[in-house]
Design a protein around this ligand. Structure first.
Ligand SMILES: Cc1ncc(COP(=O)(O)O)c(C=O)c1O
Length: 400
């Protein structure tokens, strides 16, 4: 058989989101896009800022030579410098362009980091629920993703994470605002996590890296702020992209920033650059490196996500479905309702199948390491969300 058996197995067990996305496309072709309530995928529907499109037009017509040539594997120096300005502002620590490695989306950036830091059998801890692809991103490089449940309110369980540390732990992966819960981890929890890692280092001699995956950093509600990481733990990196904040997921542009205070920071930067090359990314896309260097700070109005969150939560409340109020990102994590007359939450895959009958597409929580829940991505039109109200109500009245 040409496909490795373990890849076949992973393909069938790990692609809930993509499967739903593809089913959504089929349903839309059959019934019409406005008749399908597709909450399956985090594909932002805001248009990228005007300046992005203007620059793209300009770059397409310029006669400047070598615009499409290879460049240093870490990216253009001016783009790295622009990202360093952004990271310095977010982290409150001075970061130079030499600490930044441009990557192929946050996914590419995470893969380059794990390639650089993991030895076979190393463990990466993550709080569950978590973005499902992490399992593969770690496994791609010989590592093992180990999950620790969050607290009931989806905040970090720092004590639980501390207990899960072993001499095999190479990193803790954190994602705030979180996909799928929309939770923002508090600064106190980040500080406490750093304290736990410090205690662990004192007793084991082992330094654990914090890898912060932050593609939703800018999308927050009620003026909340996302805590920096660098001031609290030196051995840390930020991986992120412009997929969500500038609505450029298809352009595959992101970066990793290495904390300048990390042990052997220069070696770590070199290893991530090397990994970017040998993983076959070679470098992040040239045109979009030029664009984000100029557009990273363009103002974007995310308030429509908040309006949509409020509309969807109203629909769910009136249908009798419980959810965790998102503090950021554009996902609503909802509890699978118990069937009539039963106490416990029902099967999440069965409930998502049931919703499909009403042309509502959501993703079962087991795909995020949290069975009994399901995720709705509300980066879809307000009309669609409004239209889903009666579909949710009907689905609930027939859930028995
Ligand atoms: C938490 C999280 N990390 C990483 C990614 C991948 O982002 P990118 O498209 O920039 O690779 C996603 C995409 O949805 C995500 O939700």
């Amino acid at each position: 058989m040409p496909v490795a058996p373990y890849i076949s197995e992973l393909m069938s067990s790990s692609s809930f989101i993509r499967k739903m996305f593809e089913e959504g496309m089929q349903l839309k072709a059959r019934f019409g896009a406005d008749k399908v309530f597709d909450f399956s995928i985090g594909n932002p529907d805001l248009e990228p800022p005007r300046k992005v499109k203007d620059m793209l037009r300009e770059l397409a017509t310029t006669e400047k030579p070598s615009l499409h040539a290879y460049m240093p594997n870490a990216g253009y120096p001016e783009t790295r410098a622009a990202m360093a300005t952004k990271v310095s502002r977010e982290q409150g620590v001075t970061v130079e362009g030499t600490h930044v490695i441009m990557g192929v989306g946050a996914a590419g950036a995470l893969n380059s980091v794990f390639k650089a830091i993991l030895s076979p059998g190393d463990e990466v801890l993550v709080s569950a629920p978590y973005f499902v692809e992490y399992t593969q991103y770690v496994r791609n490089h010989g590592g093992i993703l180990k999950t620790v449940p969050t607290k009931a309110d989806f905040s970090l369980d720092v004590e639980g994470l501390e207990k899960a540390l072993t001499v095999k732990t190479a990193a803790i992966l954190i994602n705030s605002p979180n996909n799928p819960t929309g939770k923002i981890y508090s600064q106190a929890d980040i500080r406490n996590l750093a304290g736990a890692l410090d205690r662990f280092r004192a007793t084991s001699g082992k330094t654990v890296m914090i890898v912060a995956d932050e593609p939703y950093r800018e999308i927050v509600y009620d003026n909340r702020a996302v805590s920096p990481i660098f001031p609290f733990w030196a051995d840390s990196v930020i991986c992120t992209s412009f997929a969500k904040n500038l609505s450029l997921p298809g352009e595959r542009i992101g970066y990793t920033a290495v904390n300048p205070a990390a042990s052997d920071a220069a070696l770590l930067v070199d290893a991530i650059i090397y990994a970017t090359r040998v993983l076959g990314f070679v470098n992040a896309p040239a045109t979009f490196q030029r664009i984000v260097a100029e557009c990273w700070d363009e103002p974007v109005d995310y308030s429509s996500y908040e309006v949509r969150r409020n509309c969807l939560t109203e629909n769910l409340t009136s249908a009798g479905i419980e959810y965790a109020e998102p503090e950021g990102a554009f996902y609503l994590f909802c509890k699978v309702p118990a069937k009539k007359g039963a106490d416990a939450a029902a099967d999440d895959a069965a409930f998502c199948d049931h919703l499909k009958k009403y042309r509502i597409l959501g993703v079962p929580g087991r795909g995020f390491g949290k069975p009994g829940w399901f995720r709705l991505a509300y980066c879809v039109s307000l009309e669609s969300i409004k239209g889903s109200k009666s579909a949710f109500a009907q689905a609930m009245s027939e859930w028995n």
